[in-house]
Design a protein around this ligand. Structure first.
Ligand SMILES: NC(=O)c1ccc[n+]([C@@H]2O[C@H](COP(=O)([O-])OP(=O)(O)OC[C@H]3O[C@@H](n4cnc5c(N)ncnc54)[C@H](OP(=O)(O)O)[C@@H]3O)[C@@H](O)[C@H]2O)c1
Length: 340
């Protein structure tokens, strides 16, 4: 390996694995800032480097209808007059090779002199999978995948990239949203707060709940929770994505939820629906392009969805269960629904 992280290689261009790993880490951070803002598109981050490994530009896909990450970064570099420096493109998702609402990102990359493209995950969309990498290769660019990066952090970075993509992946491959169940359990082992209280968890656990809401496109709850707590379900403890509108679906087979609650939720900005069937509710959310649904319900609905395997990620908050007496947070993934 030479100076400045450049690998001397007889088979073409190449920065050191360490430089590529750092670039992926940064691209993932950039993308994560928009988790929950991009549906029905995935959050994607991109970093472009010069031949010495210096960053020429970096950015992320911010919202459907706005440019994809690669196009955003390359256009900014062109406007700044530095696009000619681009040698390596590092992107968390395979560049698209089709015309959607925006032109193909492969064209944007091919308009630069980039010699190498590093890709975090294959595009899971069965309608477009594979095309981007193959077209870049056919045009003479070297294309590599994060899964093949020879660096100790590569497996973790790849797992992070796959997790970031999981809600999109789930939606395009099944038509259903990624389901996150948030469940808080008191020291006494109950999900139900003491009389007169809406919660029993710490401030940091409440903030976690608001971060989970922030990345969700929809909230799913049961009539029991609405009647007991009159919950707002808005993102308040962390900054929300500007202009974000979420769906709120209430399971209410007996029509117990008053119209005044539905009106107030609409006023708070939700698209509100009542439903009598969980599967139907999930299918409707998927058809509307919701990539992630957060279940914030009481023991009845939470228990039935967990028992039916209707979940992808289960975020369990146990009051005071950490060794230091703070709330313990455990995130489980459904082994029946592996990521990419
Ligand atoms: N600790 C926590 O994480 C947490 C979170 C939220 C709420 N809570 C607490 O939970 C308590 C309320 O408990 P809960 O069990 O009554 O609330 P819930 O699970 O939110 O709502 C239960 C109601 O939802 C409907 N429902 C449930 N499962 C369904 C299914 N599979 N299909 C269709 N409809 C279904 C039923 O109403 P219908 O028969 O009318 O359809 C059922 O009575 C409150 O005290 C609240 O504070 C705790």
């Amino acid at each position: 390996m030479g100076m400045d992280g450049i690998v001397s290689s007889s088979n073409g261009p190449g920065l050191s694995p360490g430089r590529i790993a750092t670039a992926f880490s940064r691209a993932l951070d950039l993308a994560r800032a928009y988790e929950g803002a991009t549906a029905p598109n995935p959050p994607v981050g991109c970093v472009v480097l010069d031949a010495a490994g210096n960053e020429v530009g970096a950015g992320a896909h911010r919202r459907a209808g706005l440019p994809h990450a690669e196009a955003e970064v390359i256009t900014a570099a062109q406007l700044a007059g530095v696009a000619g420096w681009i040698d390596t493109v590092v992107v968390t998702l395979e560049p698209c090779n089709h015309h959607g609402r925006t032109p193909p990102c492969v064209d944007a990359i091919l308009a630069t002199g980039a010699r190498q493209v590093w890709i975090g995950c294959r595009d899971p969309n069965p309608r477009v999978g594979g095309g981007g990498a193959e077209r870049l290769r056919a045009a003479g660019r070297k294309v590599d995948f994060l899964s093949g990066l020879a660096h100790p952090a590569a497996a973790m970075l790849h797992a992070d990239a796959a997790r970031l993509l999981a809600p999109f992946s789930r939606l395009v491959s099944t038509g259903l949203p990624f389901i996150t169940i948030k469940q808080a359990i008191s020291a006494a082992g109950s999900m139900v707060p003491p009389a007169g209280q809406k919660t029993f968890t710490s401030q940091s656990a409440l903030e976690l709940a608001h971060r989970l809401r922030r990345r969700a496109d929809a909230i799913l709850t049961g009539s029991g929770t609405v009647l007991a707590d009159d919950p707002q379900f808005t993102v308040r403890l962390v900054p929300d994505h500007p202009g974000k509108q979420r769906q709120l679906v209430i399971l209410d087979r007996r029509d117990r939820v008053p119209a005044a609650y539905l009106d107030a939720a609409t006023q708070r900005g939700f698209l509100v629906h009542c439903s009598r069937d969980v599967a139907e509710a999930l299918a409707g959310l998927g058809a509307a392009g919701a990539m992630e649904v957060l279940v914030e319900a009481g023991p009845t609905l939470t228990g039935s969805m967990l028992a039916a395997g209707l979940w992808d990620e289960h975020v369990l908050i146990e009051q005071g269960a950490s060794p230091d007496g703070t709330d313990r947070v455990t995130v489980r993934r459904n082994p029946a629904h592996p990521f990419q």
